[in-house]
Write a protein that binds this ligand. Sequence first.
Ligand SMILES: [Zn+2]
Length: 466
Amino acid sequence: MTEAVSGDTLHGSLTGRLIMTTRTAVPDSTTEPSVLRAERYRVCFDNPQQAALCAQIAGACRYVWNHMLADCQWRYRMWKMYRIGPKPSVSFFTLGHRFTVLRNDPAHAWLQAYPASVVRYALKYLADAYARSFDSADAGLPHFKSRHRTTPGFTIPQDVRMDGTRLHIPKVGWVRLSGSGQYLGCRPKQVRVLKEGTERHPKWYAHVFHEVPADRVRPPAPTGDLGVDRNVGQATDSNGHVYTLPDTSNLDANIRRKQRKADKARERSRRNGQPLSHRGRRICGQLNRLYRKRRCKRENVGHQHSRKLADRAHTVVVEDLHTKAMTQSAKGTVEEPGRNVKSNWGRLERNLAYKAGALVKVDPAYTSQTCAVCQHVDKANRKTQAVFKCTACGHTANADHNAAINILAKGVPLARLARGVGASARRGAFPSGTPTTREPDRPGPGGSASVPSVNPSVYPSEGGPP
Ligand SMILES: [Zn+2]
C-alpha cells in the first residue's frame, strides 16, 4: 500500500471511506476499496519499565490537556475583558503550535522525554471536544482530567510500526500484542493504547485501527429484509427469532453496593479535607472493574446479534429510537420507557451500520398497535405486553413479532432506496456510477420515514404520502 492517509481524518470514524491523497501514482491500489476495522489486543510488556514509561506518556498527555485547557480558558477570559484582537482560536493547529512552544520552554523540558507526536495528539481530542461543544448544545465545554477518574491512555496518530504481533511504541520500544489477530497483516493506521483494570493490577490494551481490503471483510447476506422490534430485555425480528440481552441483575446489584461504598469514602474525604483514602481508591478501582465487565458483556452480545442479523438479511429495518422516546413521553403510554431501550440497544444499531448491507430507520408510531394481517389500528389490539389480538379480524400473534413485521413493511420502500449506499456499496459490491436512488420526477415513498443513517442526501427528509 502506497497511499498516504492523513491521520487526522481517522479520529471518530471507524467505518467511513478513507480520504486518500495519492503520493505515488499507483492507480490500482488507490482505487481498491478498503474499510477501517478496529481490533483490540492485550499488550504484554517485556519488562516493568516499559509499562511505567507508558503510564508516564499517558500522564504527560493528561498534563498537556489540563495545561492547555487552562491556557485556553485564560485567553478567553482576557479576550472577553479587553476585546483585543479576534476571539482566541482553539483549533488543533493553534494548540499544536502552542504545544511546540511549551515543549521548548525550559520549565517543561521534561516533556522532551516523551514522543512529541503522541503527546501532541491529546490536543486533537481537546480541539474536537471544543468543536463538539460549539456544534451542539448537548455537549458541554471540555473538562479537566482528574488523575484518579480518567482512563490513562494515549494515541499513536500515524506512522504505526507493527511487525507480526509486535507493536512499536515510540520511546518505549517493541511490545508484544495478544488477541485474535483477525486483521494481522493489514496496514495499521492508528493505535490507541489504554490502561484498564485496577491500580494494583493494571491491564494495558491496544486498539489498532487496521486498513482492511474490502474482500477480507465478511460480507452481509446478499438478499433478504428483516424488521427488528427492540424492547428492554429482548429484540424480535420479523421471522420470529428472539435476541436476548444478557441478564446483568447480579452485576448491577454489585455495582450499586460498590457505588454506595465509594460515595461514603468520598464523603469522608470531603469532610476531613483529605485526599481520597487508600481504601476509597481501591473501591473506585473495583467499581471500574465491574463497570468494564458489564460493558464487555453488552458489547459482546451486541456484536453477536448484529452478526446474526447481517448473516440472515441484507437489509435490516429498525425503529428510530429518538422518535420512539419522544412519542412515548409525549403520549405517556404504559409501554417501556424509550430511554432504556436506547441505551441498551444503541450499540446494536452502531454495529449493524457497518455489518449489514443497509440499515434503515423508520418512525415506530403505531407499529405495536397495527395488525400485520389486516392493517387495523387499535390500541385495544395489544392485549398485554406479550399478546396481540386483532379486534377486527381476530389475528393472534406475539406482540413483538407483529410489531417487527410492521416495522419491516414500513421500511421496505426505503430499503429499496437504501440499496447502493450501505456497507456493501462502500465495499464495492455494486458497480460505481450507477445510482440506485429514486428518479427525480417520482415522489418519495410515503410514511413519515426518518432519515436513514447512511447517506441522508438521497432520502426524502420528510415524506408525504405519494
Ligand atoms: Zn387484523
